[in-house]
Design a protein around this ligand. Sequence first.
Ligand code: URP
Ligand code: ZN
Ligand code: ZN
Length: 461
Amino acid sequence: MSLLIKNGIIVTASDIYNGDIYIEKGRISEIGLELLKDADKIVDAKGMYIIPGGVDVHTHFNLDVGIARANDDFYTGTIAAACGGTTTIVDHMGFGPKNCNLKHQVDVYHKYADNNAVIDYSFHGVIQHIDENILEEMKSIVEDEGISSFKAYLTYDYKIEDEDMVKIFKRLNELDSITTVHCENHGSIKYLREKFTKEGLKSPKYHCLSRPEEAEGEAVNRMINIAKIAGDSPLYVVHLSTKLGLDYIKMARGRGEKVYAETCPQYLILNEEKYELDNNEGLKYIMSPPLRKSYNCNELWRGINEGYIQTIATDHCPFSFSKDKQLGKDDFTKCPNGAPGVEERIPLIFSEGVMKEKISINKFVEVCATNPAKIFGLYPKKGTIQVGSDGDLVIIDPNREKVLSANNLHSNVDYTAYEGIKVKGYPIMTISNGEIIYDKGKFIGKKGRGKFIKRDKVNLI
Ligand code: URP
Ligand code: ZN
Ligand code: ZN
């Protein structure tokens, strides 16, 4: 099977040029001007941008949080991803039974994803506790399973204490792997949640008030220092939402420390006013960390431009508004945390970022595809357009406009956090391993065609 894409504007993290791309047996085999090739299929991309398929390194398909389960599984979630221009996801596995080993969740997640996913995928390991066995087992997870990153949470049920964080950073550094951390200060959040609920202050805005900016800032700074104490180990901060956290990251990177940061469209585009919406619509935005005051959005865009934030992922974690989110209607602490976004990421960042001139088109490719692939051991198979890379490409029509709505998106959930936002520039075709899987608004790929990718050790940028 071969595919020739002609006359496109090819965009990578460093270049923009006109050309044709020839894909054979799933891989890019030639790039050039006016290629003369016999191909099974020819696509004319005149006037369109061709970017590397998006790489979303933060999704939660099938996530079971006890009171509810994320509404997208690996089939519906990856369809939504593909329709939004993402061709690879790295999913954060949920917690397993207390005291389970690391392999337990790897096996569970293979069962979830294999024969279901429609695009290529990987998982981040999840750390629930630390002992000698877990530290030892990390080696086989990285080297045999091809999972070269793990997430530790500083809050929620399986929060990791500082002493164990030192051990995690040290061990994963030895294994050329990377520690990703959910940075929020647990003690202060617990105090504020209890105080508000005792006072009867239980509406969605108290979710936000119980997780102040300082709770993120403190935890980011603590992890920066602990990673340093643990022998200059790399730290990847997931879903950064505040200027305060960013300021600590700037200082650490200024000192030459290996600190990386991810933010998400919700922290760039939305703000905490959403918690005050009528009809309890604020429940839709109960996520951790919460939406912030809008000055943070501007600072995060600046952080992207200046290179302090390397990736934009989604933290896609869809709970239905009509049922799941209603668990929190009388008490925000009972509401499952998370919001959808895997399909909206590329259109939103293209429209809000590139079209509104907040970031260049090369930066857009860098943070949405190239850097995530590099940091998480997928590059150059994924995240760029070059000979030998997988034939994962997205064609964006810069003039296509769309008003985002749950009705015209593909996630298996009844709302979008971006309802009514008009975007300009939209993916019109998604190609995965040389196969067109999304065309003219329709998903046309097959269930289970996506493959698990064993990732390399980390490639720090
Ligand atoms: O609220 C969120 N973000 N839910 C998903 C779990 C996490 O912390 O990433
Ligand atoms: Zn998190
Ligand atoms: Zn998450």
